[in-house]
Design a protein around this ligand. Sequence first.
Ligand SMILES: Nc1ncnc2c1ncn2[C@@H]1O[C@H](COP(=O)(O)OP(=O)(O)OP(=O)(O)O)[C@@H](O)[C@H]1O
Ligand SMILES: Nc1nc2c(ncn2[C@H]2C[C@H](O)[C@@H](COP(=O)(O)OP(=O)(O)O)O2)c(=O)[nH]1
Length: 228
Amino acid sequence: MMAKLFRAVIMGPPGSGKGTISERIAQSFGLKHLSSGDFLRENIAANTEAGVLAKTYIERGLMVPDHVMTRLLLPRLEEMTRHSWLMDGFPCTLAQAKALNSTCDLDLVISLNIPYETLKDRLSDRWIHPASGRVYNMGFNPPHVQGRDDLSGEPLIQHDNDQPEALVARLRHYKDVAKPVIDLYKSKGILHMFSGTETDRIWPYINSLLSTKIPSRPETDTQHIPLP
Ligand SMILES: Nc1ncnc2c1ncn2[C@@H]1O[C@H](COP(=O)(O)OP(=O)(O)OP(=O)(O)O)[C@@H](O)[C@H]1O
Ligand SMILES: Nc1nc2c(ncn2[C@H]2C[C@H](O)[C@@H](COP(=O)(O)OP(=O)(O)O)O2)c(=O)[nH]1
């Protein structure tokens, strides 16, 4: 018999650690880490119709319109009939959340609540490998060679909109659009909020919550049944 699939979303402002925590969840529980940013970059690289359209918004530092996001992501999620997944970066508006709702029932939503000063410090030190989306922080998880991606050796870059001047506006925007989404998931009883300044201190709480909901991977806990 096939085990039930597990579907989760992780939300939080820029720099809150969604990507970092998603990777840990994927490793520990075998969920597939899906990222809206990665889907967009793949589509841009492949020159799909949605990718070409999305690029015009991303280049201007704007959010991609809801109808483009849902057209792009929902079919991909519908195809994921054999994998449990964790979605990072989608939904981020109420319209996206409602569209997702009509496609699947989420089991859990993780929301990260991180103080502004912490976000500012992290992002001003965030370095990205543009081709893969791999993220480094010079204090927290520095690359082996300064300024170079660990796997490809290619140069790392910083985003202008990670600098403090742009961050205030991004954060305000996040708060405005995320609030109704958080309220929706709260009302469904699936929202779990985690607050703190360090990923390493938040992680054990997320880990133990997930341990009550899904089996760990066989290599971390051999008594459990692996996910499909
Ligand atoms: N759910 C979404 N709705 C609309 N636009 C999106 C969405 N997800 C990503 N985007 C667009 O794609 C861009 C890249 O997304 P990505 O998540 O990689 O990076 P980001 O904006 O730096 O986010 P964060 O700082 O939270 O990691 C965003 O800046 C935005 O323009
Ligand atoms: N100093 C410090 N930096 C951290 C911590 N957790 C994550 N980071 C780093 C990694 C990234 O460079 C940056 C933002 O993390 P991210 O996982 O990309 O966040 P998000 O934008 O996907 O939500 O902060 C942390 O706990 N401390």
